[in-house]
Structure formats: structure tokens, C-alpha cells
Design a protein around this ligand. Structure first.
Ligand SMILES: Cc1cc2nc3c(=O)[nH]c(=O)nc-3n(C[C@H](O)[C@H](O)[C@H](O)COP(=O)(O)OP(=O)(O)OC[C@H]3O[C@@H](n4cnc5c(N)ncnc54)[C@H](O)[C@@H]3O)c2cc1C
Length: 390
């Protein structure tokens, strides 16, 4: 008998729980609030987060010892695909009612840092962000980072600026990567800073999604040495190994999930909308659009799963993560575009989520490392398999 892969029973059940939660709670609520909403009322938030906590759906990807469910990256990818299937899902999945994880690398911090910043964020008392990109560029941060930190007694003084930092306008604390050794490309240190410290200003950057990122200005920002995350000059290793490549996997799973949601809408609409006396679904031109979306989505799912499996097995997953990232961002853009075409004028109204996804999907080929940079990662590995790549 031929073996075939099936999702483990427990994971299937959890995925179904998330599907029902979206269907019964998030989507009906979303129909009553403005099209581009990124938050829900405090009342709805407490009511729904109470439910998800009771269902064991709170902070699924956070390690168990820190108050989450400690799912593997693979399980996380499967759940994420489901969780993002609503209008705000790409950037505000379930409006945070299933918990907002802090930036992953806080768990590389010491006990004080985890207790002060990581745990209260899991508890939804604080919100965190991470800042790598600067006006001088984000594709190649090791060269582009000009924000610098200098020792002053037991403290550090940070000067410079960051741009496009998601969550920073509404955040309480964040992780800033600053240059501490001007001689070395890798002489970068991670610092934990707080939004309301004197010397830090945050201004929103208006972009094509409602969830605006922020621009940060550091003007002699004083940071105590207990807020150095990891080793001094060791920020690059945290960045390159722990943060950037890994984050591309759940990011790709979100792209996949929204593509699935848009595709479902296109399939349903094509069956009910009639033109020239027959449903759209009977036309080959429409069928082929649906088929192209179906193929891209199926391929995308395996690429996301492969990257997650490699990560969970401790293999070098970076190439697979880049492949998944490119493919999922392109799939999302293509599928949403086709879904809009099939919906005709309705597709571009603010009555359906397609218009919102179309705008937000465009960012996905740039955020979390642009397509061209992912291609560099893949090319290096193809040309020099197993080599040491920074
Ligand atoms: C909405 C939004 C949210 C974001 N959130 C965060 C965040 O939370 N934290 C954070 O640190 N950053 C964040 N970013 C920044 C994001 O990671 C960067 O925009 C991205 O890495 C690209 O950097 P850049 O914009 O400076 O483009 P650049 O580095 O200036 O590159 C410009 C373009 O050139 C191309 N390119 C670059 N290098 C090459 C090459 N070698 N060969 C061919 N083409 C190349 C790419 O297409 C790229 O898009 C966010 C960005 C956006 C738009």
C-alpha cells in the first residue's frame, strides 16, 4: 500500500477549532466594523480572548514555559493558514484575540528581560516590535545599519533612526539593532528599549495598509546595560540565525492562508454569477484562472510545510524558507488579482475583503526580505551547496 501524508489528528482538531472561531466570531464581527479596521472594541476583545484562552488557542507558537502552547513551526504554519482567513487576517490575525507573540528573539534574553518584556507581552499587557531597517536600507542590514550605540559608564547611548517598524506606533517596547563596532560589518548589538523613554520618538509612516509602521528617531537614548539582549557585538548572529530566516516561514503561511480565502471566494462567486445566460464557472477563461490559482496554492502549501519541517528537524532551512517566501508572496498576489477579476466591479469595492488583500499583498514581496534578496540566498545555495553563507 502507498503511504500518504496526513495531518496528525490533534493538529486537525485544533485547525478546525480555529476555522470555527473565525467563522462564528471574527467574520460576523468584521462585517459590522469599517473595512480597513485593525482593531476591535475592548469589550469584543476581552470576550473573545477569554474564549480562545479557554479553548487553548492562546499564543500557539510561544514556548509552553513562557505561557503559550509551544507548537512546532510546522503546526504553527498549519494553524496560521487557517487563522488569517478573514479581512484583517494578513496583518492582524483574529485581531490579536489568539494572542500576540512578542518578537521571537526575546526568548534569547536573560530571566530579567523575559520577565519584564516577554511574559507581559504574552499576557497582552504590553506590545513589542523589532527594528532592523533604516532609511539607508533594509535588504542588506549588516552594511546598512548606521544607528550606533556608545558606552557611557554602565549605560549605552543610542543615536540614529529606523524606518518601517511594524507595531512601533502602538508598542510599549522593542528590540533595536545598533552598531557597536564601527570596524566590523557584524559589530551589531540588540538593545531592548521602551517607547516612552526620553530620547526616542516614534512617528507613523503612511503606507498602503492601515496597520501603519513607524519611523523611530533616537536622540541620545540612554539604555541600561541590563537591556542588552544577548552578547555585545553578537546581534548579527541573533538576527541572521534566529530571527530573519525563521520568521519567513509563518509569514509565508499567512500569504498562503489569505490566498486560500480569496480563491474560495472566487470559486463560489463563479458558480452563482451569471453572464450571457450561464454561470461564470462554465466558461473556460474563468476555469483556467481558478485552475492556475489551485495549482499555485497546492504547490505553495508543500513549500511552506517543507521549510517548516526542515526547521523543526534542525536542518539548514534557510533556502527552503526563501523559496516559500518568494512563492507564497507571488501566489497571494496572483490569486487575489484573479479573484478580483472574477468578481468584476464587486471585486474592487470596499464591501469585500479582496480590495484590502490586493493592497496588502503587494507589501509581501518587499517585507521580510524582498524577492530579489531571497533569490540571492537561493542562488548562493544552488551554486555552493552547504557553504557558509552570511
Ligand atoms: C509595511 C512594512 C512593514 C515593515 N516592517 C518592518 C519591521 O517591523 N521591522 C523592520 O526592521 N523592517 C520592516 N520593514 C522593512 C522591510 O524589511 C524592508 O522594506 C525590506 O527589507 C527592503 O528594504 P528597503 O525598503 O530599504 O529596500 P532596499 O534595501 O533599498 O532595496 C530596494 C529594492 O531593491 C531590490 N534589491 C535590493 N537588493 C538587491 C540586489 N542585491 N539585487 C537585486 N535587487 C535588489 C529589492 O527589490 C528591494 O525591494 C517593513 C517594510 C514595510 C513596507
Amino acid at each position: 500500500m502507498t503511504e500518504r501524508y496526513e495531518l496528525p489528528e490533534e493538529l486537525r482538531l485544533t485547525r478546525n477549532l480555529v476555522r470555527d472561531f473565525n467563522k462564528n466570531e471574527i467574520i460576523p464581527l468584521e462585517q459590522k466594523i469599517p473595512h480597513d479596521s485593525i482593531t476591535i472594541s475592548e469589550n469584543d476583545f476581552s470576550r473573545l480572548s477569554q474564549k480562545t484562552r479557554e479553548m487553548g488557542l492562546w499564543c500557539l507558537a510561544v514556548p509552553e514555559r513562557h505561557g503559550g502552547a509551544g507548537l512546532s513551526l510546522f503546526a504553527n504554519a498549519v494553524i496560521t493558514e487557517e487563522m488569517v482567513q478573514h479581512a484583517a487576517g494578513l496583518y492582524c490575525p483574529a485581531y490579536g484575540t489568539m494572542g500576540d507573540a512578542p518578537p521571537e528573539i526575546i526568548w534569547a534574553g536573560d530571566e530579567y528581560q523575559i520577565k519584564k518584556y516577554g511574559l507581559p507581552t504574552v499576557e497582552h499587557k504590553l506590545k513589542g516590535w523589532f527594528a532592523i531597517t533604516e532609511p539607508s536600507g533594509g535588504s542588506d542590514p549588516a552594511r546598512a545599519i548606521q544607528t550606533h550605540a556608545k558606552r557611557d559608564g554602565d549605560d549605552w547611548i543610542i543615536n540614529g533612526s529606523k524606518i518601517f517598524i511594524s507595531g512601533s506606533p502602538w508598542g510599549d517596547w522593542g528590540i533595536v539593532f545598533a552598531r557597536t563596532d564601527s570596524e566590523s560589518r557584524r559589530g551589531i548589538t540588540a538593545f531592548i528599549v521602551e517607547n516612552d523613554w526620553p530620547g526616542l520618538t516614534v512617528e507613523p509612516v503612511p503606507v498602503m495598509r492601515a496597520y501603519y509602521p513607524g519611523q523611530l528617531f533616537f536622540d541620545d537614548l540612554r539604555v541600561p546595560s541590563e537591556n542588552v539582549l544577548g552578547e555585545v557585538d553578537g546581534g548579527w548572529d541573533l538576527l541572521a540565525n534566529k530571527l530573519l530566516a525563521r520568521a519567513r516561514i509563518p509569514y509565508s503561511a499567512s500569504n498562503l492562508g489569505v490566498a486560500v480565502a480569496a480563491h474560495k471566494m472566487a470559486v463560489e462567486y463563479s458558480k452563482t454569477r451569471e453572464t450571457f445566460g450561464a454561470p461564470l464557472a462554465s466558461r473556460q477563461a474563468i476555469q483556467w484562472m481558478l485552475v492556475d490559482s489551485e495549482i499555485e496554492i497546492r504547490a505553495c502549501r508543500w513549500l511552506v510545510w517543507e521549510a517548516a519541517w526542515q526547521f523543526d528537524n534542525g536542518e539548514d532551512f534557510r533556502q527552503a524558507a526563501s523559496v516559500a517566501k518568494i512563492h507564497s508572496a507571488e501566489t497571494l498576489g496572483n490569486v487575489v488579482d484573479r479573484a478580483i477579476q472574477i468578481h468584476g466591479g464587486m471585486g474592487v469595492t470596499e464591501w469585500l475583503p479582496l480590495e484590502r488583500w490586493y493592497r496588502e499583498a503587494r507589501i509581501r514581496r518587499i517585507g521580510e526580505g524582498p524577492t530579489e534578496v531571497q533569490k540571492m540566498v537561493i542562488a548562493r545555495e544552488i551554486l555552493n551547496p552547504g557553504g557558509v553563507h552570511a
